[in-house]
Design a protein around this ligand. Structure first.
Ligand SMILES: Nc1nc2c(c(=O)[nH]1)N[C@H]1C(S)=C(S)[C@@H](COP(=O)(O)O)O[C@H]1N2
Ligand SMILES: [Mo]
Length: 323
């Protein structure tokens, strides 16, 4: 991960309302563009980017609105920014690379292997993974370790509910996740920037916490490829790199899994990666952050503002070790 550079995209508008919750018809490939530009707050004056939208981007039906504890009323990051300023190293290391390379990824059909310390292991199609769960909205802050942040209305399902279906055994203490490996779909994998696949992990109690979700959409629509289609993790109290994209494998296990960033730079990126303004990254302070679209920096909140909800998970642990 690199040092902060100001976003290369002009990001001035602020979507102040949750305009996105309107149910939308399935957008046909051609009609999609026209329909998207009419959505208030999105794409105003940005038609050129809309043209790069994956053709599968379509509305999600029947989403339960987020209850108070799973939403922030802060201004939401415009969809335009959240879908063009990305970290997805498998699609390139510049923030603009993912949206440029996104069309190569084929998010359907898609399946996920669930294995390890579970009663019912197996490979499961995305539809079957999602089917028994109602889609829920969650409006979360997400803070990148590079000190920029966003507010995004996700659509997904609680990770804990999904894991429970596979009947974790009593030996399951951690969950390991892996991203797809396919250099044709993810051209960044032609270079050994990280030891692919991208790998992340959570402790079991973190994974079961209701704030942790598997997201399939944002802003009421199917996830754009550059944001991790068709299925990504969102863990809002941890630095963004924990929120692994385009997941193909979930393994429950007794031991703490190795993760890509802590393996490549253990001094800089730990396993827990809890947002903590008091613990500096070795190369920069984490005390403040720049919300995409804002000029003035704002203070970073302990556990990204979710301390009341998840603080108890880390009782008795040294916060200095929780980076
Ligand atoms: N597979 C994979 N997942 C990933 C990354 C990545 O490079 N590869 N980058 C992470 C980082 S550093 C951040 S900040 C978030 C960014 O998510 P966004 O682009 O949807 O905002 O994705 C995370 N998930
Ligand atoms: Mo990040």
């Amino acid at each position: 991960m690199r040092m902060f550079r100001p976003p290369s995209i002009p990001s001035s508008e602020i979507t102040s309302e949750t305009t996105w919750l309107r149910r939308r018809e399935l957008l046909a490939q051609g009609a999609g563009l026209a329909a998207l530009v009419t959505l208030p707050g999105c794409f105003a004056g940005q038609e050129s980017h809309a043209a790069t939208e994956p053709s599968t981007l379509r509305a999600l039906e029947g989403v339960t609105p987020a209850p108070r504890r799973f939403r922030t009323e802060e201004a939401q990051t415009p969809f335009e920014d959240a879908s063009t300023y990305n970290n997805f190293y498998e699609m390139g290391t510049d923030k603009g690379d993912p949206v440029r390379n996104a069309h190569r990824l084929r998010p359907e059909p898609w399946s996920v292997v669930v294995e390890g310390e579970v009663g019912k292991p197996g490979r499961i199609g995305l539809e079957d993974l999602l089917a028994p769960h109602a889609l829920e909205e969650r409006i979360y802050r997400l803070r990148c370790v590079e000190a920029w942040s966003m507010v995004i209305p996700w659509v997904g399902i609680p990770l804990g509910a999904v894991l429970a279906r596979f009947e974790p055994t009593s030996r399951a203490k951690f969950v390991a996740f892996e991203t797809l490996v396919d250099p044709e779909q993810l051209p960044g994998q032609k270079r050994q920037i990280l030891d692919w696949p991208y790998r992340e992990g959570l402790r079991m109690d973190e994974a079961m916490h209701p704030l942790a979700i598997l997201a399939v959409g944002m802003y009421g629509r199917v996830l754009p490829n550059q944001n991790g289609a068709p299925l990504r993790l969102v863990v809002p109290w941890k630095y963004g790199f924990k929120s692994i994209k385009s997941i193909v494998r979930i393994r429950l296990q007794a031991e703490r899994p190795e993760t890509s960033w802590s393996q490549s730079a253990p001094r800089e990126y730990g396993f827990f990666a809890n947002v903590n303004p008091e613990v500096s990254h070795p190369r920069w302070s984490q005390a403040r952050e720049r919300r995409i679209g804002e000029w003035r920096k704002r203070p970073t909140l302990m556990l990204n503002g979710y301390a009341e909800q998840v603080g108890h998970l880390y009782k008795g642990m040294d916060p200095k070790k929780l980076y």
